[in-house]
Design a protein around this ligand. Structure first.
Ligand code: SIN
Length: 538
């Protein structure tokens, strides 16, 4: 089965949906999404969108905070672009129906770690869900947008799939093969332009704030087709996810305890009730995430504790219920009243700062392919993302990409070749040994959590690399002879993403931002550059 569209968007978070709404003004857009349309990392974002609104704030301050957090690797042009375009894109979201929290008629601004001013526009503690709701409402009523749920992208369609490679030096993207899970068949989606918006990779770790869909599909797909990747070693661990004493590994996500709590005065304490963050950073509990997550990790290891506490009791019950109703209810459901009790928290994998490299318009190194949101490496985040800059980045780059896609469609001859073949599954059979899949998935999570987490060393990274290489080679053999399922596609992508993170981490022989190595604990000028992995050169 094949389907033709002007623009194929893979993923339905804030990047994909806001891009689609703009691109639908001049083209037909097809969105494919792995599960139901609302299931995305965006949907779970509690914090909000950082933007300069307050009179005591300025673009310069937001840029300075972002650069400081990014530990020398942010691209200044990309940072300036998101900061300066933030305010008008917030207005656009409001016009689309997003209901942000207000205080006396004005947008209520929160504060998070690393920000020198209050600048987080939010919808109580459910910002992502509110944005998804409004964007989906607009998408679902737009006749130029088709949404295909339960469709998992397998691989991009490029010159490599054609019988006659037209120009091997200029690989172009002509859409993607997607697995239609409900009908158990592969759809060939042929497009003039393709946009990867698949979000993050958190599921390669045991503890993650990301939903089960976050298996790094877009980055893996892009890499297999020859895209350049950048800075894959920089995995951000959120310092505070709810500790729930889970016994076995699962794909369930850890419940996020938003940094906005610390912005509202919550402090971190060890189990004996003592504050500890001032020992690590003068900003205390509101220091940037890499510092806070490492400090918690250190305290837990030193004391042999499974968690630390976050104490927000000083804010008072009424304020807590008003500002953080969702977190309050969730904690209450497991017997924690955050107005009286301290909340047990642990760090959890949260955000991938690296990804497919893009220019200021979201263009990748592959012709006719764009990347937006968490799957991209635009240069905004450097070695550590400043809190609440990611929804902003997704919005701004989606806006820029939609403009250049409009120009491309107008000015260029983008008709895809006629000889694009359908997916070939000859020689494959249904898998009998499903235990191999679940076992491999758990193994990957264990390896990445134990050896490639917050604190790394050469010994651990090499051990992880050996094990992941073995899993990958076993998997490739299994993949070639097995009929496609979503679980198999995800597993293959998770193994590749793990390999890429470890390879990038081994290249960076220093400690910078989110990458901390006990073998190279210092910053090194020699490594003041992005870690690029170029698949066309491997
Ligand atoms: C949070 O609410 O702490 C998450 C915000 C973010 O990751 O930007």
């Amino acid at each position: 089965m094949s389907l033709h569209t002007d623009i194929l968007v893979i993923g339905s978070g804030i990047a994909g949906l806001s891009f689609a709404l703009k691109a639908a003004k001049f083209s037909h857009v097809t969105i494919v999404t792995k599960k139901e349309q609302a299931e995305s990392n965006t949907n779970y974002a509690q914090g909000g969108i950082a933007t300069v609104i307050s009179p005591d704030d300025s673009y310069e301050l937001h840029i300075k905070d972002t650069l400081e957090c990014g530990a020398g690797l942010c691209h200044i042009d990309a940072v300036e672009q998101i900061v300066k375009n933030g305010p008008h894109l917030i207005d656009e979201l409001i016009e689309l129906g997003v209901q942000f929290s207000k205080d006396e008629g004005k947008l209520d601004l929160g504060r998070e770690g690393g920000h020198s001013r209050k600048r987080i526009v939010h919808a109580k503690d459910l910002t992502g869900r509110e944005i998804e709701r409004a964007l989906l409402h607009n998408v679902n009523t737009n006749p130029n947008i088709t949404v295909l749920e339960h469709h998992t992208a397998i691989d991009l369609i490029t010159e490599h799939n054609l019988k006659n490679i037209q120009d091997p030096a200029a690989i172009k993207c002509y859409g993607a093969y997607a697995f239609d899970e409900l009908n158990n068949q592969v759809l060939t989606i042929i497009s003039k332009l393709t946009v990867i918006c698949t979000g993050g990779i958190g599921q390669i770790y045991l503890h993650t704030t990301n939903p089960a869909i976050a298996t790094g599909d877009g980055i893996a797909i892009g890499f297999r087709s020859g895209c350049k990747l950048g800075n894959m070693e920089f995995v951000q661990f959120h310092p505070t996810s709810l500790y729930e004493n889970r016994i076995s590994p699962s794909d369930e996500q850890a419940f996020l305890i938003s940094e906005a709590l610390r912005g509202a005065g919550a402090v971190l304490k060890t189990q004996d009730g003592k504050e500890f963050m001032n020992k690590y950073d003068p900003r205390g509990s509101l220091a940037p995430r890499d510092i806070v997550a490492r400090a918690i990790d250190n305290e837990m290891k030193k004391r042999g504790d499974d968690y630390v506490y976050l104490d927000i009791t000083s804010l008072g019950e009424e304020n807590i219920k008003d500002k953080f109703p969702y977190i309050y209810q969730r904690c209450l459901s497991i017997g924690i009243n955050m107005a009286k009790d301290m909340i047990p928290v642990v760090p959890a994998a949260h955000y991938m700062c690296g990804g497919i490299t893009s220019d200021l318009n979201g263009r990748t190194s592959l012709e006719r392919l764009f990347v937006l949101g968490e799957a991209s490496m635009t240069g905004v985040h450097g070695a550590n993302r400043l809190a609440s800059n990611s929804l902003l980045e997704a919005l701004v780059f989606a806006d820029k990409a939609a403009k250049v896609c409009g120009e491309d469609l107008l000015n260029e001859q983008l008709t895809p070749p006629a000889d694009i073949p359908e997916w070939d599954e000859s020689g494959t059979v249904n898998a009998e040994e499903w235990v191999l899949i679940s076992q491999n998935r758990n193994e990957i999570k264990q390896i990445m959590s134990n050896y490639v987490g917050i604190v790394r060393s050469n010994l651990r990274l090499h051990r992880a690399l050996r094990r992941i290489k073995l899993i990958r080679s076993e998997l490739e053999t299994f993949y070639k002879k097995t009929r496609i399922t979503r679980e198999l596609l995800e597993l293959r992508n998770m193994a590749l993403i793990s390999y890429l993170i470890i390879s990038s981490a081994l290249k960076r022989r220093e400690s910078r931002g989110l990458h901390y190595s006990t073998d190279y604990p210092e910053l090194s000028k020699k490594f003041l550059k992005d870690t690029i992995i170029d698949n066309s050169k491997l």
